[in-house]
Design a protein around this ligand. Structure first.
Ligand SMILES: NC(=O)c1ccc[n+]([C@@H]2O[C@H](COP(=O)([O-])OP(=O)(O)OC[C@H]3O[C@@H](n4cnc5c(N)ncnc54)[C@H](OP(=O)(O)O)[C@@H]3O)[C@@H](O)[C@H]2O)c1
Length: 231
């Protein structure tokens, strides 16, 4: 069963719950869970905790099961359900989604936050490091979308947030691989937006693909969990 660990009230969890009053309507839970890939640290982790505080059930994925388990104990109001997955593994993502659907219902929100930054510049140009960045940042995101998008389109609802970067808009020093991967993500999201809205006889309700920065891209409108989320 996809069940979070028994929540033991700790000073940290209690303090976090007290500090974060979920009054922000843009992150109010909707029916269905949130699935975050890249949730064991950094932005994905902060978002998982924030959504859980707002009352969401959050499925938290990344490779490090121990970090996900530890975070699940910090959830307040909602709950965090660890589901260790490597996003470069398409079969694992498909199996993970099937399990989520079976045990928690279809995800209303999927967030692609898994990513890495490996410095690659002219002097240290290394195709293997380049490939690793593309494989995770771009293909890992594509793998997640391949899993969730058909389900959301069939259900005519759902939201996808892709974490890109300002490095995707402009070339930055040492970011030859990272920036290229993020530029590709931004372009991918921009392409998907009109595609999504023209599928079927009427556009899927509230299904958006957001080319977000670390914070909000300002383009995603109501209901985007990034609009006042972690920066
Ligand atoms: N930090 C910034 O200033 C900043 C700015 C702009 C954009 N971003 C973007 O924001 C996202 C998160 O960045 P962050 O700074 O929060 O990084 P982070 O703390 O290093 O988090 C990266 C997350 O991705 C997961 N991950 C790595 N490889 C994975 C794989 N193969 N399968 C599944 N999960 C994997 C990591 O967990 P495991 O190691 O457990 O798998 C971790 O949870 C990235 O896409 C990054 O490019 C960050």
């Amino acid at each position: 069963m996809l069940a979070g660990p028994t929540r033991v009230p700790t000073a940290t969890a209690a303090q976090a719950a007290a500090e974060c009053v979920p009054t922000d309507p843009s992150i109010a839970p909707v029916p269905g869970c949130a699935w975050i890939a890249g949730a064991s640290s950094g932005i994905g982790r902060a978002l998982a905790l924030r959504l859980a505080r707002a009352g969401w059930t959050v499925v938290a994925s990344a490779r490090r099961a121990d970090a996900l388990e530890a975070m699940a104990g910090e959830a307040a109001n909602g709950r965090i359900v660890p589901l260790p997955i490597d996003v470069t593994d398409r079969a694992a993502l498909a199996a993970g989604l099937a399990r989520i659907e079976r045990e928690l219902g279809p995800p209303a929100l999927a967030v692609a936050a898994a990513g890495l930054y490996e410095p690659v510049d002219a002097e240290r140009f290394d195709a293997e490091r380049f490939r690793a960045t593309i494989e995770l940042n771009l293909m890992g995101t594509a793998n997640l979308l391949e899993a969730v998008m058909p389900l959301m389109m069939r259900r005519r609802g759902g939201r996808i947030a892709v974490v890109a970067s300002v490095a995707g808009y402009r070339g930055l020093p040492t970011a030859a691989a990272y920036g290229a991967s993020k530029a590709a993500l931004i372009n991918m999201c921009e392409s998907l937006k009109p595609d999504i809205s023209t599928t079927g006889t009427r556009p899927p309700r509230s299904m958006r693909a957001c080319p977000c920065l670390a914070g909000c891209c300002g383009d995603c409108g109501d209901g985007c969990p990034w609009s006042s989320g972690p920066r």
